[in-house]
Design a protein around this ligand. Structure first.
Ligand code: XMP
Length: 327
């Protein structure tokens, strides 16, 4: 297929009308490309794959099958939202795979950050390929590739990992309907397709998920402490008007315990670290100034609601010297 590139003079999509025009054009192009054949999509619930799913549902409906792999490292409520939005509301064919045990068993005892990433990435492809083999007659693979992915892979900054890694015999033709769009344009299109705001305007979330926020060897109880404290932080940032303002915010629970006191008794429990940063391109980052009262409230909620936690710390480190994530 001839390679499609973003025209130099293409107007940046920023209005509902521009998004509608883009959607109409893509629906037609998808229908022409796919005909009456079947398409497969790995739906993570992130902005790009969600917008691709919504576009394809509009264009070809039941010819699309979405596979949502829950690797056990997603944020609280994420898999449930994918099922609600795509299966219940948009009536998509959605295969939901809870692969939590598979991932956590493989990750047990693994401390090296890059080995953890490799295991998560490799296992993801295996689970997805297994599901794909169960389906008959799939000829196309849809992907949420966006324009910066293409530019960065051309410049050699990062391997264009979409499509990469599937077994060689799985020879699908690609469908990449948002590949000429910048991220902000994908969001405008997603909103126009009726996706919920917390899906369309959400903060970046790494592929290895909460796995890189549970430093060292992941254990289920410490992972739960990351998930629960992250949910409290997100809830409080929403309530206090910081959710749309701060670029990325999350919690980390390192593998160390310290002494504390609760109900007159000694405790020996984990510390939750809060991270909240602003950046343009993630190459460098500054720390958000969280109001003292909100910080105190977060400490109160996290230490009383999250089992196994007796302390909350705030990471004041910009990038550099720290990276945004801890691993
Ligand atoms: P760092 O920690 O390198 O993060 O300052 C910069 C941005 O990249 C995200 N990040 C990742 N995203 N897979 C991803 O998809 C990864 O392995 C990964 N590591 C970091 C991070 O969340 C931040 O937005």
């Amino acid at each position: 297929m001839e390679e499609i590139r973003r025209p130099d003079d293409m107007v940046r999509i920023s209005t509902p009308e521009q998004a509608d025009a883009f959607i109409a054009e893509q629906v037609k192009l998808i229908q022409e490309q796919v005909g009456d054949k079947k398409v497969l999509l790995a739906l993570s619930g992130g902005v790009d794959s969600s917008v691709v799913a919504a576009l394809l549902i509009k264009a070809i409906g039941a010819q699309l099958t979405c596979v949502h792999v829950n690797h056990g490292l997603l944020r609280k409520g994420e898999p449930e939202q994918v099922i609600e939005v795509f299966r219940n509301q948009m009536k998509a064919n959605l295969v939901y795979v809870d692969a939590t045990d598979r991932f956590l068993d493989k990750l047990a005892g693994v401390t090296d950050p890059e080995t953890k990433r490799k295991i998560i990435g490799g296992e993801f492809i295996e689970v997805f390929a297994e599901e794909a083999r169960k389906l008959d007659g799939i000829e196309f693979l849809a992907q949420g590739t966006i324009w910066p992915d293409i530019l960065e892979s051309e410049k050699g900054i990062k391997a264009h990992h979409n499509a990469g890694g599937l077994p060689e015999d799985m020879n699908f033709e690609l469908v990449e309907p948002v590949k000429i769009l910048f991220k902000d344009e994908v969001r405008v299109v997603g909103k126009q397709l009726g996706l919920p705001d917390n899906m369309v305007f959400r903060q970046p979330f790494p592929g290895p998920g909460l796995g890189v926020r549970c430093p060292g060897a992941i254990t289920r109880d410490r992972l739960e402490a990351v998930r629960e404290s992250d949910a409290i932080l997100r809830e409080e940032f929403e309530k206090n008007g910081l959710a749309g303002k701060v670029w990325q915010y999350f919690t980390v629970v390192p593998d160390f315990k310290s002494t504390g006191i609760r109900d007159g008794k000694r405790t020996f429990e984990w510390a939750v670290i809060i991270r909240a940063v602003n950046t343009k391109d993630a190459m460098s980052a500054t720390v958000e100034n969280i109001p003292f009262e909100l910080m105190s409230h977060l400490v109160e909620r996290i230490t009383s609601e999250v089992p196994g936690v007796n302390r909350v710390l705030y990471d004041f480190t910009p990038k550099p010297s720290g990276t945004i994530e801890f691993e």
